[in-house]
Design a protein around this ligand. Sequence first.
Ligand code: GAP
Length: 472
Amino acid sequence: MYSDIIEIAKRRGFFWPSFSIYGGFSGFYDYGPLGTLLKDNIIKIWKESYLNDDTIFIDTPNLTPEPVFKASGHIARFADIAAECKKCNNKFKFETVLSYNNISKIPKNIDEAVELKNEFKLKCPVCNSIIDNVYNFNLMFKAENNNLYLRPETAQGIFVNFKLIYNYNRGKLPLIIGQAGKGFRNEIAPRQSLIRLKEFNQCEIEAFFDPDNLYFKELYDYKKIKLRPNTGEEYNITVKDAMEKGIIGSNAFAYFVLKTQYILEYMGMDNEKLRFRQHEPDERAHYAADSWDAEALIDNDWFEIVGIANRTDFDLKNHDENSNEPMKIKINDNEIIPYVIEPSYGIDRIILALLVQSYYERDNKFKVLKLNYNIAPYHIAVFPLMRKGELKEKALQLYNEIKKIDRYIYYDESGSIGKRYARQDEIGTPYCITVDYQTIEDNTVTVRYRDTMKQKRVKMDDILLKNNFENL
Ligand code: GAP
């Protein structure tokens, strides 16, 4: 449950609201010791998975000069419609006000939003007074006086470097470029901890294609997934089938949907609690011709965690027209501007979804995070049965030996063994190893499994022969 995760996250060191000693500022969260390990594991999985597709990674500045965002359309169009209540002094995303007032119509622009406000005399979700003001609100942070903006997406750092990297890649398409970094948005109403932050972590991929050849790789048959195209149907089919039935527009787009499904499941996302939903045409970002969101179920609500967009040649064309760099390239004597498919992963939301989905209570008492081994902050915890003498010595020796093979290991000697197991269950450690009196006699230890709570005696030497501990 979300509320349990928020409690564990703070108490056990996954994440907590930033700057709380100064009263807290909404929209900012710190990752603590365990959250930092978890986040790094998630980013590593993303990166290694894309290295498999020969992705080239870059790292570009957070602060970006105004001409870049003028060209990309963000200054003119990267805005949300905001609603303001002057009675209680709260600001909302307009869609929140619509949903509070049970209105399903989505306005296409600010004029339609004002019409809706006047027609329905919309009420404030907090104090129920009539909403005073509806207006366009640009989501970018501007550093005053020097015409710099904090980037709202890492993507533009890739687009402005396209030509340079295309040449580095010896003029070959498809070209896949990735960047992990921070994005910044002046969100009107930050909410639900990691869901809507003002500073957040993105892992973005921009895949550049010849527009006449949107083929990347053969799609493999993988598990069925919930797919909701904007035509109203809901399918439970494989991505490969969806492509063959024409539900997803191109092989390249389908490949990144499939890859996203695979990566999220590899991190431990429950396939049943994952779906892909296509945007309605008037819901898309200003740069997108088609968009599908990977949505994860958190408690009873679906949240976008990854956005996959067909950005066409929108960004490169705009930089071609506004910068000093021609973005056209030659393919078979034709000059073209490549098309872009962009899977954009929101790491904070993925973390929250994985934590909530992995949480359960054992015997209505013990909190457990059934984190996948691939992302767990620690793989193993080592305990001596007693915190002194030969048992402690042996446990420390084992801890140090295992550490040579895997550094994601924790040593704990305080409290009863039951309490130590419970502590590790709560932070998602898959295995605990206890050194006890029998260890002194025959060099075996007790391995205890988080998910079954079963225990097994294993020779210490057999443990140390392993290269990794995924199947201890
Ligand atoms: N470059 C495309 C892009 O930025 P997006 O759908 O706006 O697309 C991609 O963002 C992902 O970034 C989202 O799916 C979400 O997971 C994450 N994200 C966006 N805004 C966020 C925010 N304010 N707080 C936390 N995560 C956010």
